[in-house]
Design a binder for this molecule. Structure first.
Ligand SMILES: Cc1cc2nc3c(=O)[nH]c(=O)nc-3n(C[C@H](O)[C@H](O)[C@H](O)COP(=O)(O)OP(=O)(O)OC[C@H]3O[C@@H](n4cnc5c(N)ncnc54)[C@H](O)[C@@H]3O)c2cc1C
Length: 391
């Protein structure tokens, strides 16, 4: 088994880390607590990110991308989340949709939206979840009714990452009720909705962390979407969704790894500097116990997530490995960031002394909920191992 990361990949990862530390971290540390970025602030950050290559990494060569491997993209996502989780989630979530358009969109969609996505002129979202359909994706209520040269969309989408900024989004909607009632894997279409053409209402749903980002509550009311915006027809919508979800799951694993690494870096440095009872707290055995456990949580998450990414690069089915990596990394990140707070004592809890530990803890919490909760990951793993679906 070869655990080495190719030297060119390692080189690009280090360059990205240096870039982020120098160009992005100071802004994140200063700005995150201030709430959702203004659009001009996001535009400025996307412009700053351009030379780093992150906006092109997932895109195929034919649209000017660098088509990096899944493993490399996991390493980059880890570095990004280590520096500023809110921005990593914003940009990586946006990039996933740009990538889907670049790989699967009609030629006119690529022309209109890929370059706009790379430059941030159009911010992207993925609108699947609804108030009554989070885990239960068989319970979509949003309907897209065909009417001449357009669809009429009615329904509510919830939890859309980048929701308030989104100019363009991939919307899941039921287009064929009879098929959907018979089999929820059928009857769902994806529309590439453009707010300038098909306006919707949106408000922000503030959450416990990711303060610089936005999570949208979105309402479509009698919204006309031209038929040419059909992205996946009702026989492929569901399956295409599964492929994207698998990738997104290990991306969340990578964000968890980045957050754990940041929490451990800060806790270790603090433990060396802080003295109690005449010695650095690093020399107390109970501190070492916590640091050792944090390290094991981080390294096991890395192994599982890198393995799933590597399998994806081999083109091998790996839904079991994706769910295993997602479940593990997104659960242990909770206790790693919690232990980091414990090591910093009061300084781990306050926003006043210049430490980011409380922010990392808050930012990590959504990971075990989004993109399939930990309970749903267990059911996916159980189904594969036992051959029986509990869903
Ligand atoms: C920050 C954030 C960003 C998100 N971004 C997006 C996005 O960009 N696009 C998008 O479409 N969605 C997004 N989501 C939605 C996310 O995927 C859902 O929140 C998630 O699927 C869970 O759905 P829910 O919140 O409705 O919880 P529910 O599905 O109502 O679950 C509530 C609880 O019940 C448990 N549960 C449910 N069913 C079962 C079962 N069968 N067995 C055991 N336990 C069960 C769950 O695990 C959970 O603990 C985001 C969510 C968050 C928090």
């Amino acid at each position: 088994m070869d655990f080495a990361i190719a030297s060119d990949v390692e080189h690009r990862r280090r360059a990205f880390r240096d870039f982020l530390e120098c160009e992005i971290r100071p802004i994140g540390d200063r700005r995150d607590a201030g709430g959702p970025l203004e659009r001009h602030e996001l535009d400025d950050l996307v412009a700053r990110l351009q030379p780093s290559g992150i906006m092109h990494a997932s895109l195929p060569h034919d649209v000017g991308g660098t088509n990096r491997s899944f493993l490399e993209r996991i390493l980059l996502a880890e570095e990004f989340a280590r520096v500023w989780p809110s921005l990593a989630v914003t940009i990586d979530s946006h990039n996933i949709v740009v990538e889907i358009i670049a790989r699967q969109g009609a030629p006119w969609m690529k022309d209109r939206y890929v370059e706009a996505g790379i430059t941030g002129r159009a911010i992207m979202g993925d609108m699947m979840s609804e108030p009554q359909a989070g885990s239960d994706t068989r319970n979509l209520a949003t309907r897209a009714v065909a009417a001449g040269d357009h669809y009429v969309v009615d329904g509510t989408k919830m939890w859309t990452t980048n929701g308030v900024w989104a100019d363009v989004a991939l919307l899941s909607a039921v287009a064929n009720d009879d098929d959907y009632r018979r089999d929820p894997r059928r009857g769902v279409i994806h529309l590439l909705v453009d707010k300038a053409v098909s306006p919707w209402k949106v408000r922000d749903l503030p959450i416990i962390g990711l303060k610089a980002g936005t999570t949208g509550y979105i309402e479509f009311e009698n919204c006309r979407v031209p038929r040419q915006h059909l992205f996946h027809a009702d026989d492929t919508g569901y399956t295409q969704n599964l492929v994207v979800r698998g990738w997104a799951r290990i991306l969340l694993g990578a964000w968890a790894i980045g957050i754990m690494q940041a929490a451990i870096d800060d806790a270790v440095q603090f433990a060396r500097e802080r003295h109690t009872f005449g010695k650095p707290i690093a020399a107390h055995q109970m501190i070492q116990d916590m640091v050792a456990r944090m390290h094991v949580d981080l390294e096991t998450s890395r192994l599982l997530t890198y393995k799933a990414a590597w399998l994806m690069d081999q083109g091998v089915r790996c839904d079991l490995e994706q769910a295993t990596a997602k479940l593990h990394a997104c659960e242990v990140v909770k206790r790693v960031t919690d232990d980091a707070i414990q090591i910093l004592g009061g300084r781990g809890l306050t926003t006043d002394e210049g430490y980011r530990t409380e922010r990392l803890h808050r930012d990590a919490r959504f990971l075990a909920v989004a993109e399939g909760t930990s309970q749903i990951m267990k059911l996916i793993i159980g189904r594969r191992l036992l051959g029986v679906s509990a869903l």
